[in-house]
Design a protein around this ligand. Structure first.
Ligand SMILES: C[S@@+](CC[C@H](N)C(=O)[O-])C[C@H]1O[C@@H](n2cnc3c(N)ncnc32)[C@H](O)[C@@H]1O
Length: 272
């Protein structure tokens, strides 16, 4: 994807670390490490606060594996999130940035919530890719890991572009051998934001109240937390200026339009 398109949770680093600090989070679990751009500041945070970091990623960059092995505050688990989470305990905060599809994110939230309740901790989750294109459209790193009833029709060569709920064969923003897009955006059980909404609806039916802030930049950051947590007001105050901020949303749309235009030029050049 290159430097032309910033895409890491690290872009939200200051805000994420502020939220962790306000919540007094000591044990942090990060799902989806890739090159470790966000893992590094999280590891520094844990070193500073005497906490620990669990980084879950079945296929991060090779350099990341060597780096993590040398970090006293970091434990890397090389398994998919839903296989790994059940064995964890004492997690204060979760970063979710692994496989960006409804099935995975919904079940990651259910698992994080169950563990938090079992361990007597308020839920705190920071989720990436809550904005376009994953908000209402699944993407799959490993479609074979998704149960059939949850898997949207998808293709590795399908590309996506703004204001088009369908797909572009071999054009637009596509997975380049890394992942596949669902061929259609929208509808039930499709996309990261849909998973968050369904999870929140389910917890409300259980009589619990969660708060959710939506930062519309760099593919979107969601901050989901227990409204009854002792630190809930402080975290709400910290995230409020960013929540659904129209200026950020405008800049993000402009950034995406520029990037998609560059892809279009590149694709035109490749066929000429
Ligand atoms: C977008 S990258 C993460 C970027 C990183 N969080 C950052 O902010 O720089 C997604 C990563 O999730 C990993 N991944 C894919 N499916 C996963 C799963 N089911 N559980 C955990 N990690 C997964 C991929 O191997 C990839 O490294």
């Amino acid at each position: 994807m290159s430097d032309l398109l910033i895409h890491s949770m690290a872009e939200f680093g200051d805000l994420i670390l502020t939220v962790l600090d306000l919540a007094g989070a000591a044990t942090v679990a990060e799902i989806g490490a890739e090159y470790g751009a966000m893992t590094q500041p999280l590891a520094d945070y844990c070193a500073r606060t005497g906490g620990s970091l669990i980084a879950i990623d079945p296929a991060p960059a090779p350099d990341f594996i060597d780096w993590a092995a040398g970090q006293p505050h970091v434990r890397h688990i090389a398994r998919p999130s839903l296989d790994a989470m059940g064995a964890l305990s004492g997690v204060d905060a979760w970063l979710i940035d692994g496989d960006h599809n409804y099935y995975t994110v919904f079940h990651e939230l259910v698992a994080a919530d169950a563990l938090s309740r079992r361990d007597g901790r308020p839920l705190l989750v920071l989720l990436h890719d809550v904005g376009w294109p994953c908000s209402r459209r699944d993407m799959y790193y490993a479609p074979d890991r998704i149960p059939r009833e949850f898997l949207q029709p998808c293709h590795p060569d399908a590309g996506v572009t703004l204001d088009n709920p369908g797909y572009l064969p071999g054009r637009g923003f596509r997975g380049a051998g890394q992942f596949s897009w669902a061929l259609q955006a929208g509808g039930p059980r499709n996309g990261v934001l849909t998973a968050i909404e369904d999870f929140c609806r389910q917890t409300e039916t259980d009589g619990r109240r969660l708060l959710y802030a939506h930062v519309p930049a760099v593919f979107g950051l969601g901050v989901l937390f227990d409204a009854e947590a002792p630190w809930a007001n402080a975290v709400a105050e910290a995230v409020m200026p960013y929540h659904d901020n129209p200026l950020l949303a405008k800049l993000e749309r402009n950034r995406l339009r520029n990037y998609l235009t560059v892809l279009d030029w590149q694709d035109n050049q490749a066929v000429s």
